[in-house]
Design a protein around this ligand. Structure first.
Ligand SMILES: *Cc1c(COP(=O)(O)O)cnc(C)c1O
Length: 432
């Protein structure tokens, strides 16, 4: 077993400062057990914890680090920016630069607004959709995560088409009641929701590649159906691409599936590891945003020059020819290798990927498309395998519902070795 002495000491201290000892819940290792690792540093594809243990990192800060840790291009730009001060609360050249990188290469947004997190991006986009349409209700899907804003912390109620029930204490039912929640990949439920509430629906909000509750790959046909029905009812289609944006493609899932949403939200990768989010749409929709229009949205640190610099550094690298093709091919070979191990030992599970996002699926379905298809009992296996992986120097996000990410600096050789170590851990995880 790896030593967790230092992490333990730090955790005991942090328990006195923060709820659960952490500043974001999943970090607390509740679903895998044991002490959360306190991280000391990251470099390339590796992480080091406070006890000096080294791990090959498949969490990558939950997605932002598509170039790995401490990438020289990003580091240098951040250092250079800091020499000129950290925040001005006034426009800077760097906001233009990052916006230009995004808008010139993205057919789905004409104007954007920078914010400081994915939560803020989605929250603001929904406000704009409501302001633009003059409608209040939104439709979301069970199994999609959109950040921690009140009316999106909502789960499906009983019955096919119902208003959501709040999934967090502190969220008034009256907020949840503006949100309709239906299952993913369920055209019939969406159709019924539109029949009942279509003319009150400001927006349909979806992760086009749902990756926060397992990797729930949707049929392209379902996304096309959403595009058509929203158009028919003049409801806006919002793609929450906080994970998929710049991950599967420079244009995210919208580009991958070639489906044009009305609004897009980005986060994670766009900030190169610093806090940046953004939402964007056509000029007509964005004209509703203050100060041009009546929808208020603001931020003291929005467009922060240090964060912008990190984003510029990262997106510049991503635009290099062949970047995504290479990353996807590498991920595909890794997943195949891991699957071969799983098959050799006839483990009742599989692993699949889209772009450089992969997921360990503990069911016998080749691909899982809805949250309901995941058996919570199967997470026992992940929990057991997780400890084995840590012992072998492999770090995943500490929950079986979380996906894994491959970065540009994970080499073929590292991935070959990791496939065996992960395979062994999964085999042990399946032992009674
Ligand atoms: C991470 C995530 C968010 C929330 O972003 P934060 O930066 O954590 O606020 C929203 N939507 C999706 C799809 C995400 O993956």
């Amino acid at each position: 077993m790896i030593s967790r002495e230092q992490s333990n000491t730090l955790y005991q201290e942090s328990l006195g400062y923060f709820p659960g000892g952490v500043n974001s819940p999943v970090r607390a290792f509740k679903s895998v057990g044991g002490t959360p690792l306190f991280i000391e540093k990251g470099d390339g594809p590796y992480l080091w914890d406070a006890d000096g243990n080294c791990f090959l990192d498949f969490c990558c800060s939950w997605g932002p680090l598509i170039l790995g840790h401490n990438h020289p291009e990003i580091r240098e730009r951040v250092i250079e920016a800091i020499h000129d001060g950290t925040s001005f609360g006034a426009p800077t050249r760097k906001e233009n630069e990052l916006a230009k990188l995004i808008i010139e290469h993205n057919p789905f947004v004409e104007k954007i607004r920078f914010v400081s997190s994915g939560t803020e991006a989605v929250m603001s986009a929904v406000r704009v959709a409501r302001g633009f349409t003059g409608r209040n209700k939104i439709l979301k899907f069970e199994g999609c995560y959109h950040g921690h804003v009140d009316y999106l912390l909502v789960k499906a109620g009983s019955g096919l088409v119902t208003f959501g029930e709040s999934s967090s204490a502190g969220v008034p039912e009256s907020f949840a009641s503006e949100t309709i929640v239906v299952g993913l990949n369920d055209e019939q439920a969406v159709r019924e929701a539109f029949e009942q509430y279509g003319h009150e629906l400001a927006a349909v909000l979806i992760e086009p590649i749902p990756a926060n509750n397992g990797l729930l790959l949707q049929d392209r046909d379902f996304l096309v159906f959403l595009r058509e029905i929203t158009r028919q009812y003049e409801t806006l289609l919002i793609f929450d691409e906080v994970i998929s944006g710049f991950r599967v493609n420079f244009n995210g899932a919208a580009g991958y599936y070639n489906i044009a949403p009305d609004m897009v939200c980005y986060g994670k990768i766009i900030g190169g590891g610093l806090p940046v989010g953004c939402y964007g749409a056509s000029k007509a929709i964005m004209s509703k945003v203050s100060p041009d229009g009546p929808v208020y949205q603001a931020g003291t640190l929005s467009g922060n020059p240090v964060a912008m610099s990190a984003g510029i550094g990262q997106l510049t690298e991503l635009l290099k020819p062949g970047f995504y093709e290479e990353l996807e091919a590498k991920t595909h070979r890794f997943v195949q290798r891991l699957q071969a191990y799983i098959d050799t030992y006839s483990l009742p599970m599989n692993v699949y990927h889209i772009g450089s996002i992969f997921w360990l699926n503990f069911s016998n379905r080749p691909v899982v498309r809805t949250a309901a298809e995941i058996d919570p009992e199967s997470m026992r296996i992940f929990r057991k395998a997780y400890a084995e992986m840590l012992d072998r120097g492999i770090y995943f996000g500490p929950s079986g519902y979380e996906v894994g990410f491959i970065s540009a600096v994970h080499t073929e050789e590292m991935l070959n070795e990791a496939a065996v170590k992960i395979g062994e851990s999964l085999r042990i995880g399946h032992l009674e």
